[in-house]
Design a protein around this ligand. Structure first.
Ligand SMILES: [Zn+2]
Length: 101
C-alpha cells in the first residue's frame, strides 16, 4: 500500500523528517514552500525598508513625524504639491502626445 497523501519534508536546517508541517518540529525552521515564500517576501520587504534613503527622503520623513504641527503641515502641503505637479506633468505629457499625433 502506498501512502501518497502524507507529505514528508526533510528539514534543510537540521535534517529532521517532518510530516505535513509548515515548520520543522525539531528546530522550527520553515519547511513548507508556502512558508518559505512568505519568509522570502518578508525579507525582501525588510530590505526595501532598510535601504539607505536619499537626503530629501530623510528630510520628508522627519517633517512627517515632526512634533510640531507646522512641520507636519509643511510636509502635507509639500506632498500635495508633489502630487499636483506629477498630475500636471502627466497632463502635459498627454497634451504633447496629442499635438504630435
Ligand atoms: Zn529542523
Amino acid at each position: 500500500m502506498s501512502n501518497n497523501s502524507i507529505v514528508e519534508r526533510k528539514c534543510l536546517n537540521c535534517g529532521t523528517w517532518n510530516k505535513n508541517e509548515d515548520f520543522c518540529i525539531s528546530c522550527k525552521t520553515a519547511i513548507s514552500p508556502k512558508e518559505i515564500i512568505k519568509i522570502e517576501e518578508e525579507e525582501k520587504r525588510l530590505e526595501e525598508t532598510n535601504k539607505p534613503k536619499d537626503k530629501f527622503e530623510v528630510f520628508a520623513e522627519k517633517l512627517k513625524e515632526h512634533k510640531y504641527f507646522i512641520a507636519r503641515l509643511t510636509y502635507k502641503i509639500g506632498h500635495s504639491i508633489g502630487i499636483v505637479l506629477a498630475g500636471i506633468g502627466a497632463i502635459l505629457a498627454w497634451v504633447v502626445a496629442m499635438i504630435n499625433a
